[in-house]
Design a protein around this ligand. Structure first.
Ligand SMILES: Nc1ncnc2c1ncn2[C@@H]1O[C@H](COP(=O)(O)OP(=O)(O)OP(=O)(O)O)[C@@H](O)[C@H]1O
Ligand SMILES: [Mg+2]
Length: 166
């Protein structure tokens, strides 16, 4: 199988959107190459573009209407046909009880799409993702580094076309 790491320069928001649009059919199970759903952890400083990427991905998957940042609610949920999507942000997370109170265990169902900002703030409550996506400031744009952490994540990376999101 191909490489487990992919690095891209995302020169502007459009390039970020293009990467999300390439990933969308894979995580939504539209390609029949991989099972629906998956788990992505998003890393990067404040304003690096984690929420922007999640919005672009959810829109490309077919979520319509407003996609709120879950910074205060911890969790926003969506459903697109049979795909459950969960967007979490652990920036303000402080207490493991919050996790249980919000019913977060439910999101760990196998075929859901789970997108988590600031996963490092959840300590070891979270199982490993299929993909770690790091966003770093690079000139005017961003550098995206994708690390596959599962077979599914490796398949996603192998199906992305690095020349397109530039
Ligand atoms: N490739 C890119 N090049 C330049 N700007 C970008 C790129 N992708 C996204 N942006 C911009 O970067 C900003 C990212 O804000 P966003 O809220 O997504 O950050 P975040 O990583 O979620 O921050 P936080 O940790 O506060 O949640 C937005 O203004 C977005 O338009
Ligand atoms: Mg954010």
């Amino acid at each position: 199988m191909s490489s487990t790491t992919l690095q891209l320069h995302l020169a502007d928001e459009e390039a970020t959107n293009a990467l999300a649009q390439q990933l969308a059919p894979l995580v939504a199970g539209h390609t029949h190459e991989v099972a629906m759903g998956g788990r992505i952890h998003l890393h990067g400083e404040l304003g690096a573009g984690k929420t922007h990427f999640v919005r672009a991905l959810l829109q490309a998957v077919g979520v319509s209407g407003r996609i709120k940042s879950p910074s205060y609610a911890l969790l926003e949920s969506y459903k697109v046909s049979s795909l459950y999507c969960y967007h979490l942000d652990f920036y303000r997370f402080s207490d493991a009880r919050e996790w249980l109170d919000a019913g977060f265990r439910d999101i760990l169902q196998e075929d859901a799409l789970v997108l988590i900002e600031w996963p490092e703030k959840a300590g070891n409550l979270l199982p490993p993702p299929d993909l770690d996506l790091h966003l770093d400031y690079a000139q005017e744009g961003r550098r995206a580094t994708l690390h596959a952490r599962s077979t599914k994540g490796k398949i996603w990376i192998s199906r992305l076309n690095p020349s397109r999101p530039r």
